[in-house]
Design a protein around this ligand. Structure first.
Ligand SMILES: [Zn+2]
Length: 262
């Protein structure tokens, strides 16, 4: 399948630094598929949809950067997007789903349970229920999945697209593996890592990556289970070291710039 790397939201958080929202647009035989959806048009029209975290992360409200804006700029329509696969349900990953009302939204069953079905106090503060108030068609995928590869389990979402459970940032977080013909295996790690230097010494083009202390501190603050972060970084490093495998995360602009330009 052909893929495009999109930045669907720039956050200008004073205490964290510039954060982007890396979304993958896949052209598949069954229509367009988005991996994550960034921030959406409706978030910008009604900022309260993004919840209180918007005050901390300060999203830049640019309609052209939304997934729908970039899909339309490529000559497609919202109806061409059949599926959206979510690494997790934080506001900066699911805001765009409301712009694709006909798409099937895929999430792990554990994330859906924690965010929507049985939210505890922490998840009521964390997630923004307005972002799924339009009644999307949700399909959940229960773990732990089956042996997928590299010693990891996975749940196949669509042909060539697999959830690889990676809880820690949230309870039901998963990386999403996408098999492509021309770019090998792409792993959208979502927020399983914030600072790409935690899993690779260089960006995909070979540029050395320096440590971003603010990202690392923010990652710990936001983690549902801090104890799992280091293990996830090690797993992503091991994946990224394999021939034909490229790992990227949601928020590190350095990796996005390399992949979007390649
Ligand atoms: Zn995020």
């Amino acid at each position: 399948m052909r893929v495009h790397h999109l930045n669907c939201g720039s956050l200008r958080a004073p205490l964290v630094g510039e954060v982007i929202c890396h979304v993958l647009l896949c052209e598949t035989p069954d229509g367009l598929v988005l991996v994550d959806s960034g921030l959406g048009r409706r978030d910008f029209a009604e900022p309260s949809r993004m919840g209180p975290a918007r005050f901390l992360l300060r999203p830049e409200r640019k309609d052209a950067n939304t997934a729908i804006g970039q899909v339309e700029a490529r000559g497609f329509t919202a109806a061409d997007v059949s599926h959206i696969v979510l690494t997790h349900m934080d506001f900066d990953h699911i805001g765009g789903i409301a712009d694709f009302p006909d798409a099937t939204i895929h999430t792990t069953a554990e994330e859906y349970d924690w965010a929507v079905v049985n939210p505890d106090f922490a998840s009521k503060q964390r997630y923004s229920q307005k972002q799924w108030s339009h009644g999307p068609n949700i399909q959940t995928h229960a773990g732990p999945g089956e042996a997928w590869g590299y010693g990891l389990n996975g749940m196949e979402v669509l042909p060539g697209i697999t959830f690889v459970p990676m809880a820690g940032h949230t309870k039901g977080h998963a990386a999403v593996a996408v098999e492509t013909e021309d770019r090998g295996l792409l792993i959208h790690a979502g927020d399983a890592v914030f600072d790409a230097s935690c899993y690779s010494p260089t960006s995909p083009s070979g540029t050395p990556l320096t440590k971003i202390g603010t990202f690392r501190r923010f990652e710990k603050v936001m983690a549902a289970d801090r104890k799992k972060l280091a293990g996830n970084h090690a797993t992503l490093a091991q994946l990224n070291d394999q021939d034909g495998v490229t790992v990227f995360n949601a928020h590190d602009k350095r990796v996005f710039t390399d992949l979007a330009g390649s």
